[in-house]
Design a protein around this ligand. Structure first.
Ligand SMILES: [Zn+2]
Length: 290
């Protein structure tokens, strides 16, 4: 990582986004798919909205290891779903962590027979949803289309952007498209030359088509490189993602824009540090008052 990138590490703690969660999903799948859960137990964590109904998992077989946006979704054999969200600092793996262990899941039929969930900052979630009822997780239940599905078109994205909020905040809501967070939103807005404060409903159909293309290309490349590690994220084998050195805007405040050499600016939008090029991503005109 370059020096400008290191500046970012001091002021933000990025959350795992779609490429990081998909990397973990792909590693978990050959291990967990088909396993029967002998017992899922809380360690240093309290039963509550973030860790609920774990006792229901006992005796259920894991039917698949899926992903929806930034959530891991594991359907179980009696109709429940095991939902895992890594929050800011969550990690999963077969090695027992020495601290911040929240959940352990004993599995049958494999040599790596315990899955551990570690989480330093406690923003993660690990819960069993009876009957797959997602109504208690509005972000998940109201989530927009998966960006790598074929039916995610420019037109679908354009419709999802019909909102007067800023494009940055709208993409964060997960409603126009699932799985993007601070890093990849800043990157797709830089690559499509859209200012982060542009009202989402000012995005034209042509811009939505370019934005959809940029989202798909960026996510595919980031998944190939196992995601972006700026601080906490690791794959289940403890390896860092190495997409960080491909970032053009995120975390590069003051460094030259790779397209026009103007220094990248950092502002706060929707309470999040936001990076953009003031030259390539022109400021939106103010709406006229009626
Ligand atoms: Zn520029």
């Amino acid at each position: 990582m370059n020096l400008e990138g290191l500046q970012a590490v001091r002021y933000c703690r990025p959350m795992p986004e779609l490429p990081e969660v998909e990397t973990i999903r792909r590693q978990l799948e050959p291990w967990l798919d088909g396993c029967v859960i002998k017992k899922a137990q809380l360690e240093d964590a309290l039963d509550g909205p973030k860790y609920a109904h774990l006792d229901r998992a006992t005796g259920q077989q894991i039917l698949a290891v899926g992903r929806r946006g930034k959530f891991l979704v594991l359907p179980l054999s009696r109709g429940d779903e095991l939902i895992i969200h890594l929050g800011m600092t969550g990690s999963l793996g077969p090695e027992r962590p020495t601290e911040h262990l929240r959940v352990s899941v004993q599995l049958d039929g494999h040599d790596r027979d315990v899955l551990y969930f570690r989480d330093i900052r406690r923003f993660g979630r690990f819960l069993v949803l009876p009957g797959g009822d997602r109504s208690g997780l509005p972000t998940l239940s109201q989530m927009g289309p998966e960006p790598l599905d074929e039916d995610f078109t420019g037109e679908v994205l354009w419709h999802g952007l019909r909102s007067r909020t800023s494009i940055k905040a709208r993409l964060h809501s997960q409603k126009p498209v699932a799985g993007l967070g601070n890093i990849y939103i800043d990157e797709v807005l830089w690559s499509t030359q859209i200012h982060p404060l542009l009202p989402a409903d000012k995005v034209t159909r042509n811009q939505a088509t370019s934005l959809r293309h940029a989202v798909v290309q960026l996510l595919k490349k980031a998944i190939e490189r196992q995601g972006t590690t700026l601080r906490d994220y690791r794959t289940i084998t403890g390896v860092e993602g190495d997409f960080g050195d491909s970032l053009n805007a995120y975390g590069r405040a003051g460094a030259p824009c790779p397209r026009c050499c103007t220094p990248i600016m950092r502002i706060v939008v929707a309470q999040r540090g936001t990076h953009f090029c003031p030259q390539c991503q022109p400021e939106p005109r103010k709406r006229r008052r009626r």
